[in-house]
Design a protein around this ligand. Structure first.
Ligand code: IMP
Length: 431
């Protein structure tokens, strides 16, 4: 089973890190293909006193699997300071990071883009997007505007200087005249970027070639999305989205692996829904149930620490994600968080101004008005954290899984019943 993409099916934080990590022990390459250090993967290894928790922002979770080559693809935007901080943090804890490869074509998040992200959000006030403030949007904007700085530019000082001079001409006008900030000097920018060049050089290569050659040899490549379908710049709840392609199409453009080589697309979907930042969220709960999901599910951002907005499972968006990505398998995560509820509501369709919608409304303003139509499923009280097969689940938990599977447009192949790597019910093996 050579190339598998792992995609978030909701608004992020579905537990992609663990899903990748679980498969990671059997794959040769794990590729991050979009986003940057706006992502946050928490991976828990072991249990009890030996339990280790790793919060990764930029590095693909395959970095924790011995023998697996982690790859930062061309579709990623790289904050070099964060990259080396994460590498050093892992090395200190005994994790070998020497296999890491970085695409020569990935773009670099420069200091002025971090500043612009923050000041733009402040300037927008109530119209803000709720970004992570890491410079992601401005760096992708530079990429599309063809004034971005790429990893390979760091190895050609003359070119780098010309590019930085060019881009700062405009940025400094914006920083100083619109946002009243100090202008950034070419020297300081060059000094910062070049300070990483020597350490970076051995990791940099044509990652598209590397990955295609690996597939030619029959090796397994896992493509790990940052963010998720509803945050995708094309298919998400625009403008409340991130600036990259977080869907299966992005797995191809962001890695250099062609669509015809993708064998499986795994959608990661939480047994309820969360979102951080602004934007529409039909099943959001503002009551005690929302608080319960947040507390029980520990729903606080890995990157920003922000409390996540929480709500019931939304089968309309799961179906949408199945369609947009061509999901072949879902992994349903955090089912254990729903334990102890008398009834578990699931959104099956929306009511938009008196009209039933079984699919995502095409107009954003309709989606803002969408009122969930719920079906209530019976809950369960039994502890499910030790379940490893479907038969270990209590009947109502099993019925919940079956119902959600029928509504969501693809089979459920794995179910998360706790945070640790082994707390997973495997229904169909993906490899
Ligand atoms: P940006 O990616 O920092 O530009 O933020 C744009 C939107 O995407 C905001 O609503 C963020 O909260 C959201 N976002 C970015 N990364 C993640 C993530 O990894 N999980 C969930 N939401 C995210």
């Amino acid at each position: 089973m050579p190339a598998i993409a792992i995609i978030g099916a909701q608004w992020g934080d579905e537990g992609k890190g663990k899903a990748t990590d679980v498969l990671g022990s059997r794959v040769d390459y794990v590729v991050k293909f979009n986003g940057g250090n706006n992502a946050g993967h928490t991976v828990v290894i072991g249990a009890g006193e030996t339990q280790q928790k790793y919060a990764l922002h930029l590095l693909p979770s395959g970095i924790l699997t011995p023998g697996c080559t982690p790859v930062i693809g061309n579709g990623v935007v790289v904050d070099l300071n964060v990259l080396f901080e994460e590498i050093e943090g892992l090395e200190t804890r005994g994790v070998d990071t020497s296999l890491l490869k970085v695409s020569a074509n990935a773009h670099v998040i420069a200091d002025y883009n971090r500043t612009l992200d923050k000041v733009t959000e402040r300037f927008l006030g109530s119209r803000r997007l709720g970004t992570t403030g890491r410079g992601i949007g401005p760096t992708y904007a530079d990429k599309m505007n063809r004034v971005g700085i790429r990893i390979q530019d760091l190895f050609d000082e003359k070119i780098l200087q010309a590019k930085v001079e060019g881009v700062l001409e405009l940025k400094n006008q914006v920083l100083a005249k619109i946002y009243n900030r100090r202008a950034v000097t070419v020297e300081a920018t060059l000094e910062e970027l070049l300070s990483y060049a020597d350490r970076l050089r051995p990791m940099v290569c044509d990652t598209g070639l590397l990955l295609n050659q690996a597939l030619d040899r029959g090796e397994t490549v896992l493509l790990e999305a940052g963010q998720a379908t509803l945050l995708d710049v094309d298919h998400g709840t625009y403008p409340f989205v991130t600036s990259s392609s977080a869907t299966a199409g992005g797995a191809c453009t962001g890695s250099g692996i062609p669509p015809t080589r993708l064998d499986r697309v795994v959608g990661i979907v939480k047994a309820y829904t969360t979102r951080v930042g602004e934007g529409p969220f039909p099943t959001e709960l503002h009551d005690d149930f929302g608080e319960l999901l947040r507390k029980t599910g520990a729903e606080y951002g890995t990157t920003t620490g922000r409390p996540r907005r929480c709500g019931w499972y939304d089968a309309v968006i799961a179906r949408y994600a199945a369609r947009v990505n061509g999901v072949t398998d879902f992994t349903l995560t955090k089912l254990d968080v729903l334990t102890g509820l008398e009834k578990v509501p699931v959104c099956v369709a929306y009511d938009v101004d008196g009209v039933r919608h079984d699919e995502m409304p095409v107009n954003q303003s309709d989606f803002h008005h969408a009122v969930p139509i719920y079906e209530e499923l019976p809950g369960w009280w039994e502890d499910i954290s030790a379940a490893r097969t479907l038969d270990d689940l209590p009947p109502n938990a099993r019925a919940y899984v079956t119902a959600v599977e029928e509504m969501s447009g693809a089979r459920i192949s794995a179910i998360g019943v706790g945070p640790a790597r082994d707390q997973t019910v495997v229904v169909h093996d993906l490899l």
